[in-house]
Design a protein around this ligand. Structure first.
Ligand SMILES: Cc1cc2nc3c(=O)[nH]c(=O)nc-3n(C[C@H](O)[C@H](O)[C@H](O)COP(=O)(O)OP(=O)(O)OC[C@H]3O[C@@H](n4cnc5c(N)ncnc54)[C@H](O)[C@@H]3O)c2cc1C
Length: 406
């Protein structure tokens, strides 16, 4: 029998996260003057301290030896969706991008010395990090085009290049930087290697915090000029940058989906709430078929999102091949998030377009989900390739549709 419920210990953690978000994080975060940086920082520090010492909700995705709660991907789906109902929620639990992905990457690839120096402070919350791969000059969708170049000079690597949209770069204590090290590899994917770069370092220059359609959010442009990195700071081996990026991005993409589900659920709740209280042409909006269709489409999509994310998480947890399922979930959840928030705005009318509700800000944030960490079209390309390959190999596409027993 297929059991769609969580074990009681996971359900307990999920409810605890919800309770922490409702009773402390949301009220404190909403009361803060976002223009007062000192107040913002003070509240974040206080909430993180409470998460760690009082609520024991810290690093849910990391093993206990690193101070975490040791939750697997399916349990994380529950925790992340709850935490993401408040924008600052994942950060309060030390489970936010890009640190969460970097923590997984370091846990898997770092040497014991690298772990002590870089992973430990990241886990105890005294450091932040960033992940630097995308470049303005070449398509980020194709990492084989990366131009940032590193050459070895004795016990050091010397790196030159240009990166942008590096989230969290300002204030980070180190970066995981992907650069080309191999001139003519057998496989184009084996051209890049990954380096741990201490910040600040001579040659690591933050040019600007890029202003986006929703303002500046610490997505930085970085100029890398004769940056010297000790050879011992290579993460993984030479030419393993792509492999490492893929290892990082699979679960990291799913972690995004989990947070987006929390956001989509907020939008649907708001849509229904507004439809129940807004009156027009003789009845409440909730009684109009046109509005019911918006609600129904959103409910069906959110249901699909949840099933896809849980199934992809299950596949990761059990060591099955998860590439297609994560791609499908990433594409579907990102687009559903956009549509559900957009419908919620529609039902709110002018109020939805204003900044009096969080919906306008949520829509702006949702826009990047359709191309960051793999653009829609790239995921579609991979999904199609795997579907065609499954048909060629097995005479049926069944394996490419979740490989479910149906
Ligand atoms: C908010 C935000 C945060 C980010 N954080 C980070 C970060 O921390 N670190 C980092 O390294 N990067 C980060 N990025 C960059 C992000 O990963 C890239 O935007 C993404 O990989 C796409 O690369 P690109 O922007 O160069 O788009 P391009 O690769 O130039 O693609 C542009 C468009 O072309 C189309 N396209 C591209 N290739 C194909 C194809 N083969 N077939 C069909 N269509 C195609 C797609 O529609 C795509 O959206 C962030 C971006 C944003 C917006």
């Amino acid at each position: 029998m297929i059991d769609f419920s969580f074990p009681s210990d996971v359900e307990e953690v999920r409810l605890k996260v919800r309770s922490f978000m409702d009773s402390e994080v949301r009220p404190k975060w909403e009361a803060v003057d976002q223009n007062d940086r000192r107040q913002v920082v003070a509240v974040i520090v206080e909430l993180r301290e409470r998460a760690r010492t009082v609520w024991k909700l810290w690093l849910p995705h990391m093993p206990a030896e690193w101070g975490g709660m040791g939750l697997g991907p399916t349990a994380m789906a529950a925790v992340s969706a709850e935490a993401a109902k408040v924008s600052i929620g994942p950060y309060v639990l030390n489970a936010q991008a890009p640190d969460e992905g970097n923590q997984h990457t370091l846990l898997h690839w770092a040497t014991p010395e690298q772990k002590q120096k870089y992973l430990r402070p990241l886990c105890d919350g005294s450091a932040r990090s960033c992940f630097a791969m995308t470049e303005p000059e070449v398509a980020g969708s194709d990492p084989t085009l990366i131009k940032t170049f590193a050459y070895q000079d004795g016990e050091e690597w010397v790196i030159n290049g240009h990166k942008w949209f590096i989230s969290g770069a300002r204030g980070a204590q180190f970066a995981l930087l992907v650069a080309r090290t191999e001139e003519d590899p057998d496989l184009p994917q084996a051209a890049n290697s990954c380096f741990i770069v201490d910040i600040p370092s001579v040659g690591w220059n933050i040019v600007r915090d890029i202003d986006t359609m929703s303002g500046g959010h610490n997505h930085c442009e970085i100029l890398i000029q004769d940056l010297r990195v000790p050879a011992s700071n290579m993460l993984g081996g030479r030419g393993q940058g792509h492999l490492l990026g893929q290892y990082r991005l699979g679960p990291a993409r799913l972690a995004h989906c989990m947070r987006w589900i929390g956001q989509a659920e907020i939008a649907l709740d708001m849509m229904v709430d507004r439809a129940l209280e807004r009156y027009s042409h003789g009845s409440y909006l909730a009684e109009k078929q046109g509005i019911q269709w918006l609600i129904a489409d959103s409910a069906m999509e959110l249901y699909q999102c949840k099933l896809m994310v849980l199934h992809a998480a299950y596949k990761i947890e059990h060591g099955f091949d998860f590439a297609s399922e994560v791609s499908m979930a990433k594409h579907f959840v990102a687009n559903s998030l956009w549509r559900i928030i957009d419908r919620a705005i529609q039902v709110h009318g002018a109020l939805g377009y204003s900044t009096d509700t969080p919906l306008a800000g949520m829509l702006q944030q949702a826009r990047w989900s359709r191309f960051a960490d793999g653009a829609d079209e790239i995921h579609q390309m991979r999904i199609a390739q795997r579907t065609i390959a499954a048909y060629k190999d097995y005479g049926t596409t069944k394996k490419a549709t979740g490989d479910l027993p149906l």
